[in-house]
Ligand binder design. Structure first.
Ligand code: ADP
Ligand code: MG
Length: 425
């Protein structure tokens, strides 16, 4: 067992092993073991510091306020660095306190525990950083931010695995029918993900500010080109569909020609990528194919229609497919984290192939994967994350089910950039 623990400590494969392994007894045994051996008070975490930060309120920003200040002004670089230096640990501390209040069996799920450790490490390093008054310190702080961003890249996938593991453990403990626990867990994931969006925007925007002095790159893009994001997402989703099914439906765009709005490009591309994959999956599977069998030729697949409409205050993107619509009884579940209609077998296949190929970062993080081998579906995070990204700066994502025919998915976004971050707490 000691050997196993060591493997577990050092290798992500073990985490994936538990996410793909369907034996609840093993999951529970491992969770107990993790608890006994590994959940020890973190040696880097000073409880008083955590409490001090957790008492501070979060200071929210609008997209307009996040956009770059005067780049020539050295003080604005320090002001941004010091704002992020204080704000990140505050936001992290709120989430750490939340995690400590999770039901015991959830925190002992190996992947959730891993997430907890990532948060503690980020909090410790950021809260201990001294005030930033020189360019040298500012450069060091940027290095730290880059590390924090890259360490948290796998959080979405870890949470997806953790939800599965805690489901296994709760089944074993006879708690799986407890509706209150289910709701509590869904709310926790929603807040965790919303808060993660905010922290990443803050950290990445400061890194971009640091680099923009040379290059002019910006994370918050005041002129985010919607059609460009759309064409990237179409290209990526068509590649994934072709890889998985051998075909991909055509995507026809109508509506406005040139549209810009203040937004985070990566968030818009991710959202469109996920929604297009859903539309394509429904279209291809509804047309009668299964993986491995012969599919209808592309010209026989009904096209996916994308309409882009824009007024002075709001932009709407409608993605319509003729993929048969939602499965019966799914309407209330599709926005739950971890809910998917990909069967157990296929879900395992997705997780295993991901583990083997180690393209995790791209495949399951909340970025558009450039690789065609990304999973088509199976994590159950596409819809809830798309809605969260839209809602974060005042928009929304809605699914209208045209029973027996297809789905219309509406993404609305604010064009004004003056909506405060929606951090949910
Ligand atoms: P995943 O795609 O990993 O299953 P999502 O959160 O993207 O997770 O979607 C959840 C479920 O919602 C899907 O499994 C599918 O059953 C349903 N769904 C989403 N979009 C569509 C669509 N356009 N047509 C039919 N069903 C859909
Ligand atoms: Mg999906």
């Amino acid at each position: 067992m000691a050997e196993l623990t060591e493997h577990f400590r050092t290798s992500r494969r073990w985490t994936l092993y538990f996410s793909t392994h369907r034996n609840p007894r093993r999951c529970v045994a491992m969770a107990r073991h993790v608890h006994r051996e590994q959940i020890v008070p973190n040696r880097w975490l000073h409880a008083a510091t955590l409490e001090r930060f957790a008492r501070k309120p979060i200071s929210r920003k609008t997209l307009n306020a996040l956009a770059f200040p005067d780049l020539c002004e050295k003080n604005s670089l320090f002001a941004s660095a010091n704002y992020v230096k204080n704000e990140l640990p505050t936001r992290l501390s709120h989430r750490i306190v939340d995690m400590k209040e999770l039901p015991y069996f959830v925190l002992t799920a190996p992947s959730i525990h891993h997430v907890y450790q990532i948060y503690i490490d980020a909090f410790s390093s950021c809260s201990q950083f001294p005030p930033i008054t020189s360019l040298g310190q500012e450069a060091l702080f940027c290095e730290l931010l880059k590390k924090i961003v890259s360490d948290s890249a796998e959080v979405v996938q870890l949470v997806a695995e953790g939800l599965f593991q805690s489901r296994m453990i709760s089944q074993r403990l006879g708690l799986h029918k407890n509706q209150h626990l289910h709701v509590q867990l869904q709310e926790w994931v929603e807040i965790l993900m919303a808060s993660r969006i905010g922290r990443r925007v803050l950290a990445e925007q400061h890194i971009a500010l640091h680099e923009a002095v040379q290059q002019g790159n910006d994370i918050v893009d005041m002129q985010c080109d919607v059609l460009q994001c759309l064409s990237h997402a179409i290209l990526a989703s068509k590649r994934v569909s072709t890889y998985h099914y051998g075909v991909s439906p055509e995507v026809l765009i109508s509506g406005c020609d040139v549209i810009h709005l203040p937004f985070v490009r990566a968030h818009l591309e991710y959202t469109l990528f996920e929604l297009l994959k859903n539309a394509m999956r429904a279209t291809v599977e509804h047309a009668g194919g299964k993986r491995g069998s012969v599919f209808a030729p592309p010209e026989e697949l009904p096209a996916v229609h994308v309409l882009v409409a824009s007024g002075p205050s709001e932009l709407t993107i409608r993605i319509s497919d003729a993929g048969g619509g939602l499965k019966q009884g799914d309407k209330d579940k599709i926005f739950q984290y971890g809910y998917t209609t990909v069967g157990d077998h296929a879900a395992i296949e997705v997780a295993e192939s991901v583990a083997e190929e180690s393209f995790l970062g791209n495949a399951l993080s909340d970025r558009v994967a450039p690789m065609q081998e990304s999973p088509m579906a199976g994590l159950g995070f596409g819809l809830p994350m798309s809605r969260l990204y839209a809602r974060y700066f005042g928009g929304d994502t809605k699914v209208i089910n045209l029973e027996g025919y297809g789905c219309d998915v509406y993404v609305t976004l604010s064009r004004t950039g003056d909506v405060l971050e929606n951090i949910l707490v």
